[in-house]
Write a protein that binds this ligand. Structure first.
Ligand SMILES: Cc1ncc(COP(=O)(O)O)c(C=O)c1O
Length: 401
């Protein structure tokens, strides 16, 4: 297997170097967990930082990216969408990956690390079910048993993914607590992890304590690196703007990481706005939240007056989460990226338009990014890329038409 640079993250700027080593993005991030887990996470961070510099590991990762996931994912010029918006728009087709979303980039990376560390049990949380499916897939691939935690509400609204996880041999644990959504699934998984620190927690987004935000960024940075090369090949320049949706922030940070050091590229992110900018009816964390410690990290979060995390709402299970990854908090404060609310209705509209104009049915999460791009790029003489994080098969029975 040949050693290429494909997944290697751009660790050149100072804040990313600090993030990989210490777990901080400016003042955000860190490890805010009980002592028993802190030791475990320190060991995980050490092992990850060591292994990512090893040619054998990078080669193995590139092998699975290419021959198992089907990378590189295409960068597709969306002709009819572009005509409709009167601007030029490319789609980064993460929906074409094996299992149908970007999540598999991260699970294949972490499972290789888990295998290297001798793990015998994988645990994971899931919201939309895409990370659960991607984890169950990677666990089957490596022959390691796996347990997936999911809120009951999410299990109901993403039934197809529940069946997929079961077929793949995962044990599904549904939780009734709270709103029975992603944050509750993470709490259940974290509790299990405290009681079973020998398990490998395969976290699905760029959230939680160090090293997850930088580790997940590393495995997802393949999106931005590929997109940049593909765009340069097609257009011989950089894009004017890039777009992604943000739940915890992993597909977005994967895409953004390739362009952070190019100030001429504008970076825009779409949050799950639900019914609008109204607390308890939205999941627009960076627009409406405050920085607090939540689920092991210091980052923006939707909170009440006592700074306790509150219930959120978005029709997109993958965006329906009060927290967000610490790097996004840093990018918001430094204004390198801008974050916007996209409502359910706007996302449904974009879902329909992309399906009818391009023959591409997006995940409802990804439709949020498409909607934002349609709004921001309308009549702009510019070229942009939207990260199409996943496909819409899982949303078929939700009657979006
Ligand atoms: C297709 C798709 N896009 C986006 C997301 C949001 O996650 P993240 O912000 O980590 O990319 C999810 C989460 O499940 C998803 O399934």
């Amino acid at each position: 297997m040949e050693h290429t640079n494909k997944v290697q993250d751009n660790q050149s700027n100072q804040y990313t170097r600090q993030a990989y080593q210490k777990g901080y993005f400016g003042r955000y991030g860190g490890i805010h967990v009980p002592g028993v887990l802190k030791e475990k996470l320190d060991h995980l961070a050490f092992t990850f930082n060591e292994i990512k510099e090893k040619g054998d590991f990078v080669n193995e990762l590139n092998y699975y990216y290419r021959d198992y996931i089907g990378r590189p994912s295409p960068l597709y010029y969306a002709h009819r969408l572009s005509e409709h918006v009167n601007s030029r728009i490319y789609l980064k087709r993460e929906d074409l990956n094996h299992t149908g979303a970007h999540k598999i980039n991260n699970t294949v990376g972490q499972i290789l690390l888990a295998k290297h560390m001798g793990a015998t049990e994988i645990i994971a949380e899931t919201g939309a079910g895409q990370h659960g499916v991607a984890t169950a897939t990677a666990a089957a691939l490596m022959g390691i048993k796996c347990k997936i935690f999911m809120g009951r509400k999410d299990a109901e609204r993403q039934q197809m993914n529940v069946y997929r996880m079961k077929i793949l041999g995962a044990e599904l644990v549904t939780t009734e607590r709270g709103t029975a959504t992603l944050k509750d699934a993470i709490n259940a998984a974290l509790e299990y992890y405290v009681d079973h620190p020998e398990a490998f927690y395969l976290l699905g987004s760029a959230v939680g304590p160090h090293p997850y935000p930088s580790m997940v960024r590393y495995f997802q940075s393949v999106i931005g690196n590929e997109a940049k090369n593909q765009f340069m090949e097609k257009e011989n320049r950089l894009p004017d703007a890039i777009f992604a949706c943000v739940g915890g922030g992993s597909n977005a940070i994967g895409m953004f990481s390739g362009f952070l050091d190019d100030p001429e590229v504008k970076i825009y992110a779409a949050e799950g706005g639900g019914e609008g900018e109204i607390l308890y009816k939205t999941a627009s964390t960076l627009v409406m939240g405050k920085p607090v410690v939540f689920q092991g990290t210091f980052s923006y979060c939707l909170v009440d007056e006592e700074h306790n995390p509150i219930d959120t709402y978005s029709m997109a299970a993958g965006l329906d989460y009060p927290g967000v990854g610490p790097e996004h908090s840093y990018l918001k404060d430094t204004k390198r990226a801008e974050y916007f609310t996209v409502t359910d209705q706007e996302a449904i509209e974009a879902f329909k338009i992309l399906s009818r104009l391009e023959g591409i049915i997006p995940a409802i999460e990804s439709a949020h990014a498409v909607s934002l791009a349609m709004k921001m790029m309308k009549d702009q003489e510019a070229v942009s890329i939207v990260n199409l994080s996943g496909r819409g098969d899982k949303d078929m029975d939700r009657q979006l038409f």
